[in-house]
Ligand binder design. Structure first.
Ligand code: SDX
Length: 393
């Protein structure tokens, strides 16, 4: 059983909620899932085991892990009728738009039978979401490139299945490289949860009204899409592309510091971390490993990213404002090297974060102190005044 400890959260206002799931020390750059440090989980564990840990609070025994993996594996398909939802989207729709729509539509397939006051049905909804999100993300990708959907295979691991559903075609199965599947799995783990970020707070708030959990997760996906949040991984790679070469970096650093210029260094800065984002460190090591594995040497984008990080971390502006690379800074380089277009970066973040969203939703439903409920406001608008007819205005 984890030791319960108290700490100074560094702020006095009442926290939005209480939670036992994820701990972040922004000053130290520390991230714990149920007490376990993210770098150990990323290197020693695997995503489905991390899902079990986030959902139930403890690492599983061998038997518990086998049972959990069996249940998730057998819920990876979606109802055949749901394929029609994809047809309603323009071919060039962003996969995030498709995912918001299709995941929301899951509530129409499970709404009637779903009673969230029943712990067992909450459990089934959680497992279904963890199982189906990769399938839906892969289908959104296939639809956007005009290829046929590829069904999941039960003999593959969670990460292998996702790569298979994205990159296999009827004429030829994708050749799964175990080390690449491990890197994919590690990316899922690094994105699994992050306490009360904007999209998780969205899921908690939506869930606090008793709404269907599938619809709540769709709300989380919509929020994650923003470039200041999960959309930053796509924006960051596009920024690194725009910078192009190392000699262009000073110009962009200058723009990032100019208050009159809306340009921000994508993948840099964080609401909570005022030190290195521990996930960015793991991601940076993984980038070197994956590019090496794929035989991609002197990748210009990675060189620009590393030089940009180096220059920014020596610059007084970034140092004084405690701006460091975050989880989104290197992830796009890895995903692009694996063969994903930039439009699939945030869908991969969304499928990874689904376990965090649903674990926090479950905690909120089961523990009223976790309910965000109905936030209050500080009113700063007009004081009382009587209506004036338009003829007298
Ligand atoms: C994620 O909340 C989570 O946990 C999110 C996430 C998760 O796992 O769920 O970690 C995932 O969303 C990571 C963040 C991804 N977003 C980006 O990389 C977009 C670029 N980053 C910025 O937009 C920004 O850093 C934010 C939105 C992330 C945070 O903005 P804040 O709260 O304004 O940051 P801050 O208060 O620490 O900023 C201090 C100063 C400000 O200037 P002043 O008002 O003091 O003059 O630094 C400036 C900011 O304007 N600043 C930046 C900057 N980020 C902040 N200046 C240039 N480039 C940046 N990237």
């Amino acid at each position: 059983q984890a030791d319960v400890f108290t700490y100074d959260p560094g702020f006095t206002s009442t926290a939005a909620c209480e939670s036992k799931i994820t701990f972040i020390d922004g000053g130290k750059g520390e991230l714990l899932y149920r007490g376990y440090p993210i770098d150990q989980l990323a290197s020693e564990s695997h995503y489905l085991e991390v899902c079990y840990l986030l959902l139930y609070g403890e690492l599983p025994s061998k038997q518990q892990m086998e049972d959990f993996e069996y249940r998730v594996t057998r819920h990876t398909m979606i109802h055949e009728q749901m394929k029609q939802f994809f047809q309603g989207f323009r071919r060039d729709s962003h996969p995030m738009a498709t995912m918001v729509g299709v995941v929301g539509a899951l509530s129409a397939f499970y709404h009637d039978s779903l009673d969230i006051s029943d712990p067992w049905q909450r459990e089934v909804a959680s497992i279904r979401l963890i199982a189906k999100l990769p399938t839906i993300a892969a289908m959104a990708y296939k639809y956007s490139i005009g290829q046929p959907f590829v069904y999941p295979k039960n003999e593959l691991s969670y990460a292998e299945n996702f790569l298979h559903m994205c990159f296999s075609v009827p004429a030829e199965d994708y050749k799964i490289e175990p080390a690449l599947a491990k890197a994919m799995d590690r990316i899922f783990t690094l994105h699994a949860d992050h306490e009360q970020n904007a999209s998780t707070s969205t899921v908690r708030l939506a869930g606090s009204s008793g709404a269907n959990p599938f619809a709540c997760i769709a709300a989380g996906i919509a929020c994650l899409w923003g470039p200041a949040h999960g959309g930053a991984n796509q924006a960051c790679l596009e920024m690194l592309r725009e910078i192009g070469t190392v000699d262009q970096i000073p110009e962009y650093i200058k723009r990032a510091k100019d208050k009159d210029d809306p340009f921000r260094l994508m993948g840099f800065g964080h609401r909570v971390y005022k030190n290195f984002d521990p996930r960015a460190k793991v991601m940076k090591e993984s980038a070197d490993e994956v590019l090496d594995l794929l035989g991609i040497h002197d990748n210009e984008t990675l060189q620009v990213a590393k030089e940009l990080e180096k220059i920014a971390l020596e610059d007084d502006y970034f140092v004084s404002k405690k701006l460091y690379p975050n989880v989104d800074f290197y992830s796009g380089i890895i995903l692009e090297a694996m063969g994903f277009p930039t439009s699939m970066f945030t869908p991969i973040f969304a499928l990874s974060r689904t376990v965090g969203w649903i674990s926090q939703w479950k905690e909120m439903i089961e523990d009223p102190t976790g309910k965000i409920g109905r936030p209050r406001q500080l009113y700063t608008g007009a004081t009382y005044r009587d209506y004036v007819d338009i003829a007298k205005r």
